[in-house]
Ligand binder design. Structure first.
Ligand SMILES: Cc1cc2nc3c(=O)[nH]c(=O)nc-3n(C[C@H](O)[C@H](O)[C@H](O)COP(=O)(O)O)c2cc1C
Length: 164
């Protein structure tokens, strides 16, 4: 059984990066984890053949754009093709916004975007753990239903908050 079917649900984000020659890319990630409150740090696990990894290694910056439940189709499109082969911004009809502290663009449709600078990369098995420091945050919506991932093409939605 895949680890994604053992540890779930996980929030879904579109990770935006940029190549050395300045062309942007976007890809879907659910292996994401908050690490520190103050300053904020986040971690991603990036598969070894992802174009996103090449960009992260060369330009060391990324945008983490959280998705909401209505955006499941965007998650599927940006997670099904590689930026090596296709412009996923066009394919998914995404609107971009210029970031202030990093070079990759942000996704305007996302309720939250975090501008991050890579501080650490280490290979573990078939993925690379990439840790980024959050250098700016953009909150477009405070109340939204996050899109949650199970495994493969299966997602969850969030029903209600519970308190112990
Ligand atoms: C919902 C969803 C979540 C995904 N999560 C991850 C992830 O956390 N790490 C990863 O390496 N790939 C993940 N993928 C796969 C990548 O998005 C996919 O391989 C994509 O084509 C990579 O694009 P790139 O080559 O442009 O970087 C996910 C795919 C989907 C649909």
């Amino acid at each position: 059984m895949k680890i994604s079917a053992q540890i779930f649900p996980r929030p879904v984000a579109l990770i935006t990066t940029i190549s050395k020659d300045g062309s942007p890319n976007v890809a879907t990630f659910s292996f994401i984890m908050p690490i520190s409150f103050e300053p904020k740090f986040v971690a991603l696990a990036v598969g070894e053949n992802r174009f996103t990894l090449t960009n992260l290694e060369t330009t060391k910056e990324f945008g983490l754009n959280i998705l909401k439940r209505e955006q499941v189709r965007l998650a599927q499109i940006c997670g099904s093709y590689s930026g090596k082969d296709i412009d996923k911004f066009k394919l998914a009809g995404l609107s971009v916004e210029k970031a202030k502290e990093i070079r990759p663009p942000l996704i305007k449709e996302a309720p939250i975007s975090l501008e991050c600078k890579v501080e650490f990369t280490q290979k573990f098995g078939d993925h690379y753990l990439v840790v980024g420091k959050v250098v700016r945050e953009i909150i477009r919506e405070e109340k939204f239903d996050p899109l949650l991932h199970y495994t493969g093409d299966s997602f969850f939605t969030w029903r209600s908050l519970i308190s112990p």
